[in-house]
Design a protein around this ligand. Structure first.
Ligand SMILES: Cc1cc2nc3c(=O)[nH]c(=O)nc-3n(C[C@H](O)[C@H](O)[C@H](O)COP(=O)(O)O)c2cc1C
Length: 207
């Protein structure tokens, strides 16, 4: 896999520090070779016993995107807006962006749906091995998108219309639908991520 034509000239830590959830996209199409790169990165993620229990549905077809966009748009119809005057600026940004994404989901140039295959271990019905793989792949995809200048967002927007989304995408009944990831050229700047400082979350030698 060659990376010579990547647009960004950033180190991996800079990329990780600014790979914000992008919810505002330009309508321009994304070339397949670039998508291939970010999907390649997704499939390099760590996963249990290297079983790679993931599948990626990449939707670019305008008609399919419009159908999915129509389904996602129903999430806000008839509901009061959660963007009230008293919420803090960070939550306001998340809600405003989230609503914009829902209302314009059908216009996003690329939608990637990440599915998982349940990993059966003798004597265990735990699902976390599968989740771990799907979410690690999603994070790799997010960071790789930022690396090549694309924006992406980790979402679970399918959850409240999952039967309908599964039917459109023909997802087999035995597969888990974990992540709905819009991808495209960003229409707003990335900016730095806001996360807790290390000294709030790192414990030395014991809690
Ligand atoms: C499990 C999970 C579900 C998420 N679902 C949504 C979603 O449905 N819609 C959305 O806009 N963002 C969603 N996000 C993105 C987060 O809201 C976002 O990463 C967080 O608010 C921090 O923002 P930042 O990544 O831009 O710093 C989700 C993230 C995770 C890990």
């Amino acid at each position: 896999m060659a990376f010579a034509d990547t647009t960004a000239d950033m180190g991996v830590l800079d990329v990780m520090g600014s790979a914000r959830a992008m919810r505002w996209f330009r309508p321009d199409p994304v070339p397949w070779p670039l998508l291939e790169k970010v999907l390649w990165a997704a499939t390099r993620a760590t996963n249990p016993n290297n079983l790679q229990p993931w599948d990626f549905i990449v939707v670019q077809d305008a008609e399919v995107r419009a159908r999915l966009g129509g389904l996602i748009a129903t999430l806000t119809s008839g509901r009061p807006s959660p963007v009230s005057p008293e919420i803090d600026p960070t939550t306001r940004r998340t809600y405003t962006g989230g609503l914009h994404l829902i209302e314009h989901f059908g216009e996003v140039p690329v939608m990637v749906f990440i599915c998982g295959t349940r990993l059966v271990r003798a004597g265990s019905d735990r699902m976390d091995p599968m989740y771990s793989a799907v979410y690690a792949a999603a994070q790799n995809l997010l960071v790789a998108a930022r690396t090549v200048g694309l924006g992406a967002a980790f979402t679970t927007l399918h959850e409240r219309v999952e039967p309908e989304v599964r039917a459109v995408l023909r997802i087999p009944d035995d597969r888990f639908l974990g992540v709905t990831m819009p991808i495209g050229w960003p229409a707003v700047p990335f900016g730095p991520l806001t996360r807790k400082p290390l000294d709030e979350v790192v414990h030395h030698d014991r809690w």
